[in-house]
Design a protein around this ligand. Structure first.
Ligand SMILES: *[C@@H]1O[C@H](CO)[C@@H](O)[C@H](O)[C@H]1NC(C)=O
Ligand SMILES: *[C@@H]1O[C@H](CO)[C@@H](O)[C@H](O)[C@H]1NC(C)=O
Length: 988
């Protein structure tokens, strides 16, 4: 028994004297002590009884802890005197009371027991850096002897107890980074002993109590990262002890006290960034000459930057970025810049994103040479960068992007050998990248994007072996991509878009072990994607669109597991598209404009592979689904501009009206007009949405409403495309638009619709064929000719008479609408294409157009669309010829009688001369036979007319585009044919 007690006691004391060196001492003390104890008797119970209150408090505390991974409370049991428990220290004399409880960094989980409030001798409580939850118990404010209270870095919630002011001896109150809510109790202002108050990174709101600005002993004052509001009072006490003041990232407003520099004369760190302070920066700030770090960034400070900053001898870091600070082109307001030359410790300065105008003065060279960070981005700086900038050999960041700087960089860039970040994007720099770039071996982020640099990319780039982001996009760089790029192993982003780079993509680029983004679109690159790209296992975005890349679609792209976006559009890739990996998800893959591709998943809308009959297959399998079944054409002025102009300030409700005559319509009007878009009003459905018939109650007009299904890929583009194409054209045979509606629907989703004049007689297709449940209607030769003439006129107008040529791309009977007088109107410009240089369309919105996959409808599409990329007027001519043949034969080009060896074109060619009358549409046959019976002399005229029409149609459908008539010739011919026919019939 005695031996047992001895062991316990020795253990306890050994813990007390943790260091081995003290072990001997322990034994020396312990042995006589043990002897004594053995003589006296029950040592243990006498310890326990002495201060039951504190023991119970600590045990309660232990009980509140639900997880103690490091066994910090391992010896917290009654067999050890609590004064010897881990983290506990007691008064030196009886009655042994707890003075210190320090359990920092023990990963304790649980709640703080209110019983701690009974430890009335406690002067230090440090429970910081655990995982404590729940509230700060009010009772803690009973520990009236507390002078240091650390609860920082926990998950404490609730409000700060309002009774906290009772802790009148408190020197340190640190609740940093918890989830405390509510206001800062004003009673904190009563604790005049406070030297450190840190309530940073909580969710406190309300104002900073005025009393806090009168705590004369304050040294460290941190309230950053809350949601505090209100102002700093203009009259703050002189707190000469204050060294740090951080109020960053709150919602504080108003101006700074003008005497701030005098009130806090010994301030070392001033952090006020990320609020909404405004007004001038008080020049008194220069009186706080001990200031090392000043952060006033991301506020609304305006006016000039005080040159009194130059008086702050200790200034090391000055961050004024993202304000409205001004300097004028004539040099007014730039005085601060010269004054900073006196701040010999200055290393970091940022004035980015302000309103500084004018040139960077050559005196920049007078700034202290130990400058390491210079940020002047996003101002309105112009002129050349003074070569004296090359003096700052310690610079690791030079950010001049987003200005209007010009000139070359040759003279200075190679001198800044310690640069880690060099951002010059979005300026007007010219010239080449000097070979000396190879000396910038520390460079990690480098952007020259969006300038006018030219010449070759120097191979010296291979030396930049720390580089992670390299952006040379939107310049005029020529030549090949240096193979040396392959040495840039840490590269994560490589952007060479929109230059004039040619040649093949070097194999070496497959060595980028950490690359996430590669953009090389809009260049002149040739060859295939190197097989080494199979090694780019971290690649997420690959954009090689708008180049001249060719060959089969590389299968290894399926194995790049992290790939999330792939754009290979507008190249010459050929063959079958894989179906696995990235290709599985059509929404993240773009392969438009590669006419040689086939297969892939349905959603890609690329024709299936059918290797035997390539040409026929190219025609036959082209994407039926994508193109609208029913559509319209419209005129619109300004709509594109208005829609785009309003994009940034999106209103819940934006309506546009064409002309003054027609009223604006709202979503509600349209819903009302269409029986809430009921299926009984549905008159057509296409890839971009649905067309409803309806009557606008207010305007009492019958309309057709094309509602774009914005969920569908490209539908929004289609809306814009249609608006863009039609905003400046007007022709009697183009379907007129009444108005457009771009708003949100009842559930807040974007809603876009075009509203057209309703065409009573529907579309040509229903007149030529039996629709499901639709009886075929009679259509004579003259009405057919009228339709052909009207559509030829409309197309000739689009191709030649409306400024830029416009290609319709989807001419077919369902897109030819007939009004009450059977006048034809060409509709649906959802995939129409302005014939533009494809490179320029790629820069802005690339349009919903000119994509082969989306171009035209099976049967009507020109054969060359199976091979080339560009939409052309010749393609429309071909489609027109097919439509004309269809009108003559009454057969769809997709009729089951046509197949691999016989198309509607060859069918007509073969029966052209002799059997024409037998092979034409039975309705026409009847009409012709009737006429011939009535007037036998008319037979020749009818045959001549039919033959002439067939001739025109066949010269539109020649295999080679250059052999086809153009639309103007077609129109002239058709007018002539109709004229002579009508004249002849009249004469008869
Ligand atoms: C307790 O006091 C001793 C001696 O003053 C000191 O060495 C030890 O660090 C203190 N322990 C705690 C947890 O404060
Ligand atoms: C608590 O203990 C840790 C180390 O054990 C020490 O760094 C910290 O300063 C102590 N806390 C207080 C308030 O003394």
């Amino acid at each position: 028994m005695a031996a047992g007690w001895a062991e316990v006691t020795v253990n306890c004391l050994m813990h007390y004297f943790k260091q081995p060196a003290k072990l001997k001492l322990a034994v020396i003390i312990v042995v006589p002590f043990l002897l004594l104890c053995y003589g006296v008797g029950d040592v243990h119970s006498s310890i326990v009884h002495e201060n039951r209150e504190d023991l119970r408090s600590l045990l309660d505390f232990k009980q509140g802890i639900t997880s103690d991974p490091y066994r910090a409370l391992g010896n917290w049991n009654t067999s050890t005197h609590f004064c010897h428990w881990n983290g506990v220290n007691c008064t030196l004399n009886r009655p042994w009371r707890v003075m210190v409880l320090n359990l920092t960094m023990q990963n304790l989980v649980g709640q703080i027991s209110p019983s701690l409030g009974n430890l009335t001798f406690l002067n230090t409580l440090d429970l910081s850096q655990n995982l404590l939850q729940g509230i700060i118990p009010d009772s803690l404010t009973n520990c009236s002897n507390l002078n240091r209270l650390f609860l920082s870095y926990n998950n404490l919630t609730g409000a700060i107890p309002t009774s906290i002011g009772f802790l009148s001896k408190l020197i340190v109150m640190n609740f940093h980074r918890n989830n405390l809510v509510g206001v800062i109790p004003p009673a904190i202002g009563n604790i005049s002993t406070l030297k450190t108050l840190d309530l940073g990174e909580n969710q406190l709101n309300g104002p900073i109590p005025d009393k806090l600005w009168h705590l004369r002993n304050m040294i460290y004052f941190y309230l950053d990262g809350n949601s505090l509001s209100g102002e700093i009072p203009q009259a703050v006490s002189n707190i000469s002890s204050l060294l740090d003041l951080s109020l960053s990232i709150n919602m504080l407003e108003g101006t700074l006290p003008s005497n701030i520099g005098n009130a806090f004369p010994n301030l070392q760190n001033l952090f006020l960034g990320g609020n909404t302070f405004q007004g001038h920066i008080p020049s008194s700030i220069g009186n706080a000459s001990g200031l090392g770090r000043i952060d006033l960034s991301s506020n609304g400070f305006s006016g000039q930057i005080p040159s009194s900053f130059g008086r702050i001898g200790a200034l090391y870091c000055l961050n004024l970025e993202s304000n409205k600070l001004e300097a004028a082109r004539d040099g007014e307001g730039w005085e601060f810049f010269h004054a900073l030359a006196n701040c010999t410790s200055l290393q970091v300065i940022s004035v980015s994103n302000n309103q500084l105008l004018g040139v960077i003065a050559n005196s920049i060279g007078n700034l202290p040479t130990n400058l390491t960070y210079l940020g002047m981005s996003g101002n309105k700086l112009s002129g050349v960068v003074p070569p004296s900038i090359g003096k700052f050999q310690d610079l690791y960041a030079l950010l001049l992007d987003g200005n209007s700087l010009t000139g070359t960089i040759e003279e200075w860039v190679g001198k800044l050998t310690k640069l880690e970040a060099l951002d010059l994007h979005g300026n007007n720099f010219v010239g080449t990248i000097p070979a000396s770039i190879s000396k910038l071996t520390q460079l990690s982020v480098f952007s020259l994007a969006d300038n006018n640099f030219n010449g070759f990319i120097p191979p010296g780039f291979g030396n930049l072996q720390c580089i992670s982001t390299l952006n040379l996009s939107y310049n005029n760089f020529q030549g090949t991509i240096p193979v040396e790029f392959g040495k840039l192993i840490p590269l994560t982003t490589l952007d060479l878009s929109s230059n004039e780079l040619s040649g093949e993509i070097p194999d070496t680029l497959g060595q980028f072990a950490q690359i996430k983004t590669i953009r090389m679109d809009q260049n002149f690159l040739t060859g295939n994607i190197p097989t080494t790209f199979s090694g780019l296992k971290s690649l997420s975005i690959l954009n090689l669109s708008h180049n001249y890349l060719s060959g089969p679609m590389p299968g290894f792209l399926c194995d790049l597991d992290l790939l999330t976006k792939l754009d290979l559009s507008y190249n010459n890739f050929k063959g079958e598209i894989p179906r696995t990996g990235i290709f599985h998800n059509a929404t993240v893959v773009s392969l438009d404009g590669n006419p040689g591709l086939c297969g892939g998943t349905m959603d890609l809308h690329v024709p299936a592979c059918h290797f035997a009959h390539r040409r026929v297959e190219n025609i036959n399998y082209l994407v039926k689904i994508l193109t609208p079944i029913f559509g319209f054409m419209s005129f619109m002025m300004l709509i594109y501009i208005i829609i785009h102009g309003k994009k940034t300030a999106r209103r819940p409700y934006l309506m546009l009206s064409f002309g003054k005559k027609f009223p604006k319509v709202s979503y509600k009007d349209l819903a009302q007009a269409t029986g809430n878009f009921s299926t009984s009003n549905l008159i057509g459905r296409g890839s971009y949405g649905s067309v409803y018939e309806g009557k606008l109650t207010q305007a009492k007009v019958q309309v057709a409403i094309k509602v774009f299904d914005l969920e569908m890929r490209c539908a929004n583009k289609s809306f814009i495309s249609e608006c863009e194409v039609l905003r400046s054209i007007r022709h009697r045979n183009l379907l007129p638009i009444l108005t457009a509606c771009s708003t949100v629907d009842n559930s807040g989703n974007d809603f876009k619709a075009l509203i057209y004049v309703f065409m009573q007689n529907g579309n040509l297709d229903t007149w030529l064929h039996h629709g499901p449940g639709v009886a075929r209607k009679r259509l004579g030769l003259v009405p057919r000719m009228n339709i052909a003439v009207s559509i030829a006129d409309a197309l000739a107008y689009l191709h030649y008479d409306c400024g830029r040529p416009i290609v319709h791309c989807d001419l077919k009977p369902t897109n030819i609408l007939l009004d009450g007088d059977m006048d034809a109107h060409l509709g649906d410009f959802g995939i129409a294409s302005l014939v533009l240089d494809s490179r320029s369309t790629a820069v802005g919105y690339s349009g919903a157009n000119s994509s082969v996959a989306a171009m035209g409808t099976l049967g009507y599409i020109a054969p060359e669309y199976g091979q080339t990329v560009r939409a052309s007027t010749c393609g429309d001519v071909y489609s027109f010829g097919i439509v004309l043949l269809e009108m003559l034969t009454g057969k769809r080009p997709t009729d089951s009688m046509f197949g691999d060896d016989l198309s509607i074109v060859t069918f007509v060619e073969r029966n052209f001369q002799d059997q024409m009358l037998v092979k034409i549409d039975p309705h026409l046959q009847e009409e012709c036979k009737g006429s011939i019976q009535a007037m036998p002399e008319a037979e020749n005229e009818i045959c001549r007319c039919l033959l002439s029409l067939v001739q025109v149609a066949l010269s539109c459908t020649r295999l080679f585009p250059r052999e086809r008539m153009n639309m103007r010739e077609v129109s002239i011919n058709l007018h002539a044919i109709r004229r002579s026919y009508v004249a002849a019939i009249k004469q008869e």
